[in-house]
Design a protein around this ligand. Sequence first.
Ligand code: IPM
Ligand code: MG
Length: 360
Amino acid sequence: MTSTYRITLLPGDGIGPEIMTVAVDVLKTVGSQMDLAFEFEEALIGGAAIDETGEPLPEATLKTCKASDAVLLAAIGGYKWDTLPRHQRPETGLLGLRAGLELFANLRPATILPQLIDASSLKREVVEGVDIMVVRELTGGIYFGSPKGIFEAETGQKRGVNTMVYTDGEIDRIGRVAFETAQKRRGQLCSVDKANVLEVSQLWRDRITALSADYPNVTLTHMYVDNAAMQLIRWPKQFDTIVTGNLFGDILSDAAAMLTGSIGMLPSASLGASGPGVYEPVHGSAPDIAGQDKANPLAQVLSTAMMLRYALDQPVAADRIEQAVTTVLDQGYRTGDIMAENMTQVGCKAMGEALLSALA
Ligand code: IPM
Ligand code: MG
């Protein structure tokens, strides 16, 4: 029997459409090999949506996403929209999507592939074997807290305000996802906060500590965020699973990504308690190379593998895609961001063709 999955595609801006094309071709190929049928519906988000409708997240897009089994997102944003008022910025559309689908858990794996060790800016012995999962809280914290805004004070001075806030319920639900993730990995969870300074972090630490009683097979440690940033660069292999709030997770996941050679390699999954998740690369829309066939599509392709694994329960199809990525790297194909000596530099399209051949 053929199962049909409804997938919403959000190509977005910059390199988004190019890498999405590759990912969809890969998905269709694996689908036809494995008797999985996909029904794709494309929708607007980010700058593309602003140009077309005036808003970064049209109502219709959210509706389409909610009605699908999973959402595949590429990237949003670009210089063109950087000066618009905040409610019209591409980033606001992405935050709206996360909030609208209640995607409170963002899983960002940073795993180094043996073929790319020399693409890392760090020494081989530091990065070889790195396998970290960052669990980032995604719908709370300073990204969403109120009050926020730029206010005129009585003195005539302007005050820019954001609020970092977490409720115990928000901490507990991301904490449980993190403990369960660590259980399936190497059983070590490091919670990152700034409890030496921030009350919100004190509550975070207290709740995560209390939760740990329910997960006796997970070893919990705590680390301040400044130290965590340093330790990620100093000796990343000390980390298994990291759990942290929205802002700290944004920053640390970029740092962790770079350990693996290129942020152009890393997929992510954003999940809620129920309903469809969003699968997207960790990297952004790279407007500087958009439309030049230079982008690395592998993070997008690996995001589809994550989607098959987590949302559609198709681990064999996911394995196939991940294997194809390994194969093209073994064959020496590299986009500019991961190029190394004696390798064959290719563009986005050619990388896509190499993947299709690897799958055949
Ligand atoms: C990310 C991005 C987003 C974030 C931006 C584009 C709003 O940096 O997904 O990490 O800050 O969450
Ligand atoms: Mg980020």
